[in-house]
Design a protein around this ligand. Structure first.
Ligand SMILES: Cc1cc2nc3c(=O)[nH]c(=O)nc-3n(C[C@H](O)[C@H](O)[C@H](O)COP(=O)(O)OP(=O)(O)OC[C@H]3O[C@@H](n4cnc5c(N)ncnc54)[C@H](O)[C@@H]3O)c2cc1C
Length: 397
């Protein structure tokens, strides 16, 4: 097999041990996922229990979990590398452990008590259980600091009411981290609390969201909370500091999502390079047309530049030196560049790119989520630009 262009760059950006880990996951995706992907997608199946079990055996769900809790003791670097390796074939497959780790395990690592870590991390690290991340609601997307899901205090208990939606992995989740309003009169950003709510608790109703046209094999659920009782020891982090937990969690998730966008460019570049040298029109390969070459080169430049930037920021994240707006900027740029280039890549290949078996249209579809998920790009731009315009920060929209 010709070496992938992404591997050529990654080899220069990460150490040998990490590169070897990335290759093990990539080989798994090539051998066990790629040959079956089309069949699974055409039949409308979600990621199978077998695949989840195999990913669990490989340790993917426990990559950043300390060894004392049964994990691999790595960091976000390994999580992003697994996303690049799996996302090259399928965002749906990659996001299943990706969201379980970056949106399920990471909030526990960030804000969990010792009791909570002991109770949950070993099962989460092995992939036996997953947590879903309940920030978004039907009426609260970008304006997530002010949830409509309300937690009302009753003695030493809290009662939750309302609805969460778009919760990735909801189907497999044992618990949902629910972000709920606890102090309506508090300062903005200090009104809400996160609760670790068992999905089988009385009053919790889960439903898979119907009609989703992206990340087709990934589970995306809505979760209704109908008078659900929780106790104070199910609070994740501090009372009225739930938004801080959510925002801290999203930093890592955004870098993971940026990696998925780059995995799509990497897949498209390899696919396009192969195809345009084989496909003949006007008496020779279409690769001899400069307008075709322009797109190939633009993809290669975007891959090298953005992969270098992403790995640099992921390292800073692991060293706790990353500025928050960096994750926002990387996610915005990688997702926009990738979705622009995927359309270009499809165009230079022609009609064949409309066939699902060619792979590009799946990546193009799935890239939509990288623009909207973990904060919609356009809403996030305000955060990134606020650093540059501190004098009028309060007036920005
Ligand atoms: C497949 C998928 C999986 C997801 N998984 C999860 C999950 O696991 N957990 C979870 O909690 N959420 C999840 N989400 C939800 C996701 O985070 C939200 O879709 C996102 O935060 C945007 O919210 P919204 O869709 O309600 O858009 P809205 O907030 O309604 O915004 C719509 C549009 O308005 C514009 N806009 C809004 N605010 C601004 C602003 N301040 N400045 C400029 N323009 C603005 C933007 O163009 C934006 O796209 C998922 C979404 C998808 C599609």
């Amino acid at each position: 097999m010709t070496k992938r262009r992404m591997d050529h760059y990654l080899e220069q950006l990460i150490d040998g041990e990490r590169f070897e880990f990335y290759r093990v996951v990539a080989d798994y995706a090539d051998e066990q996922i790629a040959p079956q992907l089309l069949g699974w997608e055409r039949s409308g199946e979600l990621v199978s229990d077998d695949v989840i079990a195999q990913l669990g055996q490989m340790g993917i769900f426990g990559l950043p979990v300390p060894e004392e809790f049964g994990g691999q003791g790595g960091g976000l670097t390994e999580v992003v590398l697994s996303g690049l390796a799996l996302g090259y074939q399928s965002h749906s497959i990659a996001i299943t452990p990706g969201a379980a780790v970056s949106l399920g395990v990471n909030p526990l690592l960030l804000a969990g008590s010792e009791e909570q870590k002991n109770a949950h991390l070993p099962d989460l690290a092995s992939g036996k259980r997953m947590f879903a991340f309940g920030l978004s609601e039907p009426g609260r997307g970008s304006d997530a600091a002010n949830p409509e899901v309300v937690a009302t205090r009753q003695g030493d208990r809290w009662v939750l009411r309302g609805e969460k939606c778009w919760s990735t992995n909801a189907r497999w989740a044992s618990h949902v981290i629910v972000h709920a309003l606890t102090d309506p009169k508090g300062r903005n950003g200090h009104r809400s609390t996160c609760f670790i709510v068992p999905k089988d608790r009385e009053g919790v109703h889960y439903q898979e969201m119907a009609g989703k046209t992206v990340w087709k094999m990934s589970s995306t659920g809505s979760v209704t909370l109908d008078g659900v009782e929780t106790s104070s020891d199910e609070i994740l982090g501090e009372l009225n500091e739930g938004f801080k937990v959510m925002v801290g969690t999203l930093n890592g998730g955004r870098l993971f999502i940026a990696g998925l966008a780059l995995a799509s460019i990497a897949f498209a570049l390899d696919r396009v390079c192969g195809y345009v040298q084989e496909r003949e029109q006007f008496g020779g390969p279409i690769a001899r047309f400069q307008r075709v070459q322009d797109v190939v080169l633009e993809m290669d430049i975007a891959l090298e530049r953005n992969l270098t930037w992403l790995i640099q920021q992921v390292r800073r994240y692991d060293a706790s030196t990353m500025e928050r707006e960096q994750a926002v900027k990387v996610k915005i740029d990688c997702s926009r560049v990738a979705s622009h280039l995927l359309i270009e890549a499809m165009e230079i290949c022609g009609g064949i790119a409309a066939l699902d078996e060619f792979g590009l249209s799946r990546h193009h579809n799935d890239l939509f989520v990288t623009r909207v998920g973990e904060g919609s790009n356009r809403a996030l731009m305000t955060q990134a630009v606020a650093v540059l315009l501190p004098d009028i920060r309060g007036q920005l929209h």
